[in-house]
Design a protein around this ligand. Structure first.
Ligand code: PMP
Length: 427
């Protein structure tokens, strides 16, 4: 049993000694002290079904024994900076990651986070093309350092940073967007940005395949292939931000971009690739990777031996336990059941996503699509009290994000649905 400090004491310390900008989802935040696969346990030993997986960071399950063992064994052997010496953990993971990539994408730069990966990707695109202009998609999230905050396109995450050379294109959002599911119409906005907002040449384009923070928004079909074409004609590189969508989560494919039939020039990842361990990566082609030899480049801990031993173990567990297949089968079942809930509850305006990256948008008026902000908070708190944790997101904060560890079962899905059904009925 847990005998450490209680939630109230931690909350008090947090208020006094930690960043005042930290937020939490619940009226009374949980003190989570243990985790096992898809379950979390609070200070009283109360079990919660985790359908948010620490913002999709937990791919294989909390404290997965194989991954813990790989991390502990490496930490006992040697842990140090990534640079200076050779270490097989780093090169073995890079090789394994490259094997998961299509085309000529096989050179890996490791980082500590998604933000760092995207910062590096944007810099590589600018160096390779000699162009500063970058296009990102409205409602996207790419990180919280100066460059990535510029590419991020939601005012709620943007501080007063100097945002040079970033253009934000119309969001190809099938639910709220002006052109519905016609991806090619939205893609014309990227053409116009290039024609009227740049010299006609651009450094690159960055996008998620499904917007995570933005509220699980699937890009309208046909959008990515059309935009990749346009951007490449203007000399730019195409960057896929797979930080949230990647690593088997969508079930049908290992990477989110694969569902759109495109091959990016640069792929970035983090979160699920480490199952909770801080690690990110940029993968690109040998030719593009050459740009970083123009100066000295290093990242002290990016891809350190402990993180890469963990990341490599993640890839092995995904394979061994057929977790991508599970995300496809169980995720599709869960989505069907969410669709059935939509028929029952008027407040559900939209159900979307793939595999274990699912979104449920709550609206008080289906015609006007008025965000049900107060209602979602109430349902979330009620679900927590019944032992189920889901996330929320979207610009209006009215979208449930269902992104469980990939070991989530059919029984877990049924339990989640029952609990959500009861909580919605209580409104
Ligand atoms: N890209 C996407 C798509 C993300 O969801 C996030 C994190 N929410 C990031 C980048 C930034 O990752 P990190 O928080 O690890 O810096």
């Amino acid at each position: 049993p847990y005998e450490g400090p209680r939630a109230e004491e931690i909350l008090q310390k947090r208020a006094e000694f930690l960043s005042p900008s930290l937020f939490h989802f619940y009226d009374r935040p949980l003190n989570i002290v243990d985790g096992k696969m898809q379950y979390l346990f609070d200070e009283d030993g109360r079990r919660y079904l985790d359908a948010f997986g620490g913002i999709a960071t937990v791919s294989c399950g909390h404290c997965h024994p194989d991954i813990v063992e790989a991390i502990v064994n490496q930490a006992k052997r040697i842990q140090h900076s990534t640079v200076l010496y050779l270490n097989n953990a780093i090169s073995d993971f890079a090789e394994a990651l490259a094997a998961k990539m299509p085309g000529d994408l096989k050179v890996v730069f490791f980082t500590n986070s998604g933000t760092e990966a995207n910062e590096l990707a944007l810099m590589i695109a600018r160096l390779y093309t000699g162009c500063h202009d970058i296009i990102s998609v409205r409602n996207g999230y790419h990180g919280n350092a100066a460059g990535t905050m510029g590419a991020t396109a939601q005012s709620i995450w943007k501080f007063n940073v100097v945002q040079t050379g970033v253009h934000h294109a119309s969001n190809p959002d099938p639910y709220r967007g002006a052109f519905g599911s016609d991806g090619e119409k939205y893609a014309r906005d990227v053409e116009e940005i290039i024609d009227f907002g740049t010299t006609g040449r651009v450094g690159g384009f960055i996008s998620e395949a499904i917007q995570g923070v933005g509220g699980i928004v699937e890009l309208a079909p046909g959008y990515l292939p059309a935009v990749y074409n346009t951007v490449r004609k203007a000399g730019g590189l195409c960057i896929a931000d797979e930080v949230q969508v990647g690593v088997a989560r969508t079930g049908s494919h290992f990477w989110g971009f694969e569902a759109h039939g495109v091959i990016p020039d640069i792929v970035t990842m983090a979160k699920g690739i480490g199952n909770g361990i801080p690690i990110g990566a940029v993968v690109t082609t040998p030719e593009i990777a050459q740009v970083l030899t123009r100066r000295s480049y290093f990242n002290t801990f990016g891809g350190n031996p402990v993180s890469t031993a963990g990341g490599h173990a993640v890839l092995k567990v995904l394979e061994k336990e057929k977790l991508q297949e599970n995300a496809f089968v169980v995720g599709s079942y869960l989505k069907e059941r969410l669709d059935m809930l939509k028929e029952k509850h008027e407040i559900i305006g939209d159900v979307r996503g793939r595999g274990f990256l699912l979104g449920v948008e709550l609206v008080t008026d289906r015609q006007k699509k008025t965000p049900a902000k107060a209602e979602i908070a109430q349902v979330m708190n009620n679900m927590k009290d019944m032992g189920v944790l889901v996330g929320k997101g979207g610009f209006y904060g009215n979208v449930f994000r269902v992104t469980p560890p990939l070991c989530f079962s059919k029984d877990d899905s049924d339990f989640l649905i029952d609990v959500m059904d009861i909580a919605l009925s209580k409104l």
